[in-house]
Design a protein around this ligand. Structure first.
Ligand code: CAA
Length: 260
């Protein structure tokens, strides 16, 4: 498929996807969504690919939000009837079992912050700025900001961000648990690709199961989560990659994975 609003490159086992509307600070319009859905589906279906990195083109923005110009004249009935924004979570989160990382290279505002939070983790440039400024437009987060941000940073920070619309810099975002690491902007993509290569080199079933386990922690009670974890662990012990991984450890050599 050819894309107009995103760029897709393969770096060995890692798919690098770049939102490519720098003139609009990579604002997320319906074309970006449609192309991201296609790119994530292709990544998920390609057995040669083990991890993806999502970033924004240019030095200024990861994504400055949903496209305000696209939404400005849209009637409420269209937002409702299209279940506007539902596609982001269903395709990029629920249908993507392989891990992916957001490499946030500047503004991640509104839908941009929400998109970054759909990733399995966020690596931020030292110039990154996060925010949920929708209140200033007379609306509120619509792609998960009130839910994922609250789970990531707690009620106090999430309320502060949503109610004042202020931005959080990279240092505050790391302190608050929103991002896993901060790197200088110039090294961001290298660092994210390196982390993604590490993940892509892991046994693929174990990578998917580790991702599922951590995500279950947000959806369930501690007892049910611990049960899910034990059962999933026990199922992994039946895989060929478990036999190979433990044998390779004893023989002091790297494992060679079959993905089964
Ligand atoms: N939608 C559409 N266009 C956008 C945009 C957005 N979210 N953000 C920036 N742009 C466009 C600007 O309109 C401008 O285009 P023109 O040159 O054609 O005028 C271009 O990108 C550059 O932006 P600025 O001139 O504003 O750049 P700046 O450096 O002065 O300011 C900024 C940067 C503070 C990020 C500012 O652009 C801004 O506040 N953007 C909007 C942020 C926002 O409100 N995001 C939330 C959107 S709603 C949402 O996301 C809902 C949801 O929950 C999913």
């Amino acid at each position: 498929m050819t894309y107009e609003s995103i760029l897709v490159e393969q770096h060995d086992a890692v798919t690098l996807i770049t939102i490519n509307r720098p003139q609009a600070l990579n604002a997320l319009n319906s074309q970006v969504l449609a192309e991201l859905i296609a790119a994530f589906a292709a990544f998920e279906a390609d057995p040669s690919q083990g991890c993806a990195v999502l970033t924004g083109a240019g030095d200024k923005a990861f994504a400055a939000g949903a496209d305000i110009k696209e939404m400005a004249d849209k009637p409420a009935s269209d937002f409702f009837n299209e279940d506007f924004f539902a596609g982001w979570t269903s395709h990029l989160v629920k249908s993507t079992r392989k891990p992916w990382i957001a490499a946030v290279n500047g503004f991640a505002l509104g839908g941009g912050c929400e998109l970054a939070m759909m990733a399995d983790f966020i690596i931020a440039a030292d110039t990154a700025r996060f925010g949920q400024p929708e209140i200033k437009l007379g609306v509120a987060p619509g792609m998960g900001g009130s839910q994922r941000l609250t789970r990531a940073v707690g009620k106090a920070k999430a309320m502060d961000m949503c109610l004042t619309g202020r931005m959080m810099d990279a240092a505050e975002a790391e302190r608050s648990g929103l991002v896993s690491r901060i790197v200088p902007l110039a090294g961001l993509i290298d660092e994210a690709l390196k982390a993604a290569q590490t993940i892509a080199a892991m046994p693929p079933m174990a990578a998917k199961v580790n991702k599922e386990m951590v995500n279950v922690a947000f959806e369930t009670t501690l007892d049910q989560g611990l049960l899910f974890e034990r059962r999933a662990f026990q199922i992994l012990t039946a895989t060929e990659d478990k036999a190979e991984g433990m044998k390779a450890f004893v023989e002091k050599r790297p494992g060679v994975w079959q993905g089964k």
